[in-house]
Design a protein around this ligand. Sequence first.
Ligand code: ADP
Ligand code: ZN
Length: 525
Amino acid sequence: MSSQSSLQDRALDVLQTVFGYPSFRGHQAEIIGQVAAGGDALVLMPTGGGKSLCYQIPALLRDGVGVVVSPLIALMQDQVDALAELGVRAAFLNSTQTYEQAMRTERMVRGGELDLLYVAPERLLTQRCLELLDASKLALFAIDEAHCVSQWGHDFRPEYIRLSVLHERFPQVPRIALTATADPQTRAEIAHRLQLDDARQFVSSFDRPNIRYQIVEKNNGRKQLLDFIQEEHAGDAGVVYCLSRKKVEETAEFLCAHGVNALPYHAGMELADRTANQSRFLREDGIVMVATIAFGMGIDKPDVRFVAHLDLPKSIEGYYQETGRAGRDGLPADAWMAYGLQDVVQQRRMIDESEADESFKRVQGAKLDAMLGLCETLHCRRVRLLDYFGQASGPCGNCDICLSPPVSYDGSVRMQKLLSAVYRTEQRFGAGHVIDVLRGTDSEKIRQWRHDKLSVFGIGADVGEQEWRAILRQAIALGLLVVDHDAYSSLKLTDAARPVLRGEQQVLLREYRKPEKKKRDGSRA
Ligand code: ADP
Ligand code: ZN
């Protein structure tokens, strides 16, 4: 008991004297206690939650060097520099070093001169490195970004699976695995594959109450983004995520031309330019970084006031991770996204055209479906988001749905019309054409295919094109229609469509609202 409490005292002392923080956050104290005492831990904590201290402090409290396995090679130098500034003796081993540099680090490890050693997983698994560790006193192993062990995850790294060797070869050394990906399947997979079944699990709340979630229908995304920035975030720092490099460039130019202090960032840029833009974003006030998802890993800027998505993320994990970069300081921040039917088509195509095997594609498809479900939900976005991570909660009062609840109506007849139009046109056409048929539009293509002769021609003329698009998106989110991967992105009926077509199943739809401007307090302008 007394040794336990003195361990706590020593941990707090290190927090204050070395890191300069007055107190622990969340589960930090418990986690540090567990690992410092020699136990294993599995830590699930959102990005920005403070995972690093959970292994850094135990490494300082225990004899020997703490070995940190991380796939983020690009961040190691910064991490080591930051620690050196605090007087912590840290170094790294990865492929960016010269032979001499690596030799020097190895000597320091052997001589017991280091508190922390960062290693890339592929490096750690080399015979040379394992033998180095055999010959050294080890404080702990920290396995950062532990979700990389999950084959179904978005950043699977095969070397991570082989990290179970650490337990076999160094059974006495405590291990702590950390990740910001919290869904129950990934958690189970980490515990299983890294042989951490007996580790204590620490699961933090993933709620970020100061972030307001908002997902709007896209009609002119760039213009909507500009309005959003000008009306709600003039002069604020923010991040805008786009899918492609080209769109990053175009969007940054567009924003600059309209007086927003925007910079581009993507992996296709010269390293020097990219790094320069990143450090300007970190140092200067009020810069809007327009970026692909290459941007953000390890970026720690507390006062990002908004994160905007101009394209649909691939998964809820991605969305959560990216939006999580807003409001780290705890002050109000926005997660804003514009999304439309075209996003669904595009993402589907990317999955279908990827080189991955079928089962992987199925998983990606399911993740996209979950993301669509979040976009089309009639209920609180936060409830949906946290539920995805296995955490129950109540309506938040701080998302677009809570602030301005959508009205639902019995849309069974409209849905039947849509599904019939897909069926009558033989499931061979994309959204635009199907809507033309429904609305009775006179076009070359309609006449060419004689679709003006179909019974469904014009049966939906009372509904506007935008509204049909909204219904179509809901049909996809409800799993009644899928977008095929042929060249036309044609719509196909699923088995679930049958009872709806036969009138055996009611469909609730969201009442359509023309996109309009909203004030900050959620009321309509
Ligand atoms: P994660 O790895 O979970 O994304 P970090 O370990 O990088 O998070 O921590 C995020 C930020 O929070 C860092 O700036 C860190 O110094 C700070 N931080 C962590 N723990 C505390 C604490 N107990 N008190 C104050 N700041 C903290
Ligand atoms: Zn809500």
